[in-house]
Ligand binder design. Sequence first.
Ligand code: FES
Length: 75
Amino acid sequence: MLPSKASLKPDIKYAYCTCGLSVTFPMCEGSYRGTDKTPIKFSVGIKTDKWLCRCGHSGRKPYCDGSHQQGAIQE
Ligand code: FES
């Protein structure tokens, strides 16, 4: 699964989905409630575009670290 580009703004608290149930994935919309997962909360200092992980394998979530390419090579 490829990352998704997000235009992020400062002074907004974002929540990154870790349960995989969100209909706004990779952003959290509360579907984790009732599971043992919790979203990763994050913010940025300046207006910026970032690639958000959608494969679940990034070592620096919520951001993509290129790990999705490893999976593609091994599959
Ligand atoms: S989408 Fe790139 S590491 Fe997950």
